[in-house]
Design a protein around this ligand. Structure first.
Ligand SMILES: [Zn+2]
Length: 360
């Protein structure tokens, strides 16, 4: 199925007033944040006296250094090792590690199999659930919590993001024959760096994210796509460049009263020497435009795997999308942004609509 078509379920639910129906934004967090933490079985023993504790813990931490994310002792019960590691009896298993005799004896007393969290929780809500089973270590992260509860955006930022979602809908409807559209924004001003729409018929390299990345490169005097599209010419008096915005979108925006206040155009590429050494500046502020570094990308349709990867390679800062795609790689099929092995990670957000709220 082509990404240009919305999945059947969404197509049927598409509301004619979607422009007004966008209600909010939610972060698409990786499963690590969203899922309950799995439990594993572990052997524990019950110490008879507090005096045994120090010696037992000391030897355990040297010989069986498991459970770094858990408190090893809970109500005089001590975690020994995951049950899956014990092939024979516990005693035979422990004998392989050369414990001193009194510790070995203590470890084999009051043995029980308990269930413990498999890993450290990332959010408080997960942490609180793990407490029912076994006390866990937890390092609260304010930013992750704010992504989860939505407090990461100010109300002004929310209004801006929502306007971009509404703009996607309008540009798709009015300029690109209802096909997907993407907008790249430099969030500092903010200003629109480039706009692209999926072409017809669309081969994957003509999906709007692929074109968008290429049009951003045009604004930096690069770009590889051979397109027939007319682009906006730059005027010499203006400091920013409009090279990344096809003329059809530019003409639409400058005529539209509702979007007159939007700043169009990207900062021009800088000479390498012009490094802004302001402390705390990010790479975009320091070195000027480079691919999509520091830029936000707004997409009508969730990108496919190839497009999502192109956005990784182009170093996009955040990706916002409105509608799920059957072959979407950020929420529907896959969460590309949660793959640790990638050398760049963007944040992903999806706009919520009145329909989503009615469904839940
Ligand atoms: Zn694609």
């Amino acid at each position: 199925m082509d990404i240009a078509d919305p999945p059947p379920s969404k197509r049927a639910r598409k509301s004619p007033n979607l422009e007004e129906d966008i209600t909010g934004i939610r972060a698409i967090l990786s499963d690590e944040f969203d899922e309950d933490i799995a439990l594993i079985k572990a052997h524990s023993c019950q110490l008879e006296t507090k005096q045994q504790l120090q010696a037992v813990i000391q030897e355990l931490s040297q010989k069986l250094p498991h459970f770094q994310h858990l408190k090893r002792v809970h109500d005089r019960s001590v975690l020994i090792c995951p049950s899956s590691e014990i092939g024979e009896s516990l005693e035979q298993h422990l004998e392989k590690f050369g414990f001193s005799e009194h510790v070995l004896r203590a470890l084999c007393q009051g043995v029980q199999v308990v269930e413990v969290p498999e890993r450290m929780p990332r959010l408080r809500v997960q942490y609180e659930k793990t407490l029912k089973h076994w006390p866990c270590k937890f390092h609260p992260n304010h930013y992750s919590e704010s992504l989860r509860n939505g407090s990461n955006f100010s109300s002004a930022q929310r209004i801006f993001h929502k306007r971009m979602a509404q703009l996607l809908l309008r540009l798709s409807r009015d300029v690109n024959a209802n096909r997907p559209v993407g907008i790249c924004v430099d969030p500092r001003q903010p200003n629109i760096v480039s706009i692209a729409g999926t072409e017809e018929p669309a081969s994957p390299h003509e999906h709007c994210s692929m074109l968008l990345v290429d049009f951003v490169a045009r604004s930096q005097e690069g770009g590889a796509t051979n397109t027939e599209l007319p682009f906006t010419e730059d005027s010499k008096e203006v400091e920013t460049t409009l090279r990344g915005i096809p003329k059809a979108y530019y003409d639409y925006l400058i005529k539209d009263e509702g979007y007159k206040d939007l700043t169009l155009g990207a900062e021009r590429s800088r000479d390498c020497k012009e490094v802004n050494a302001v402390q705390g500046a990010d790479n975009l502020a320091k070195f000027g435009p480079y691919l999509c570094t520091g830029y936000d990308v707004y997409l009508l349709q969730e990108p496919c795997l190839m497009c999502s990867m192109a956005l990784v390679h182009s170093r996009a800062k955040r990706v916002f999308f409105l509608r799920n795609s059957d072959n979407g790689a950020l929420a529907t099929r896959f969460q590309l942004h949660s793959v640790r092995e990638l050398n760049h990670h963007y944040e992903v957000f999806q706009f919520t609509t009145k329909e989503d709220e009615e469904l839940t």
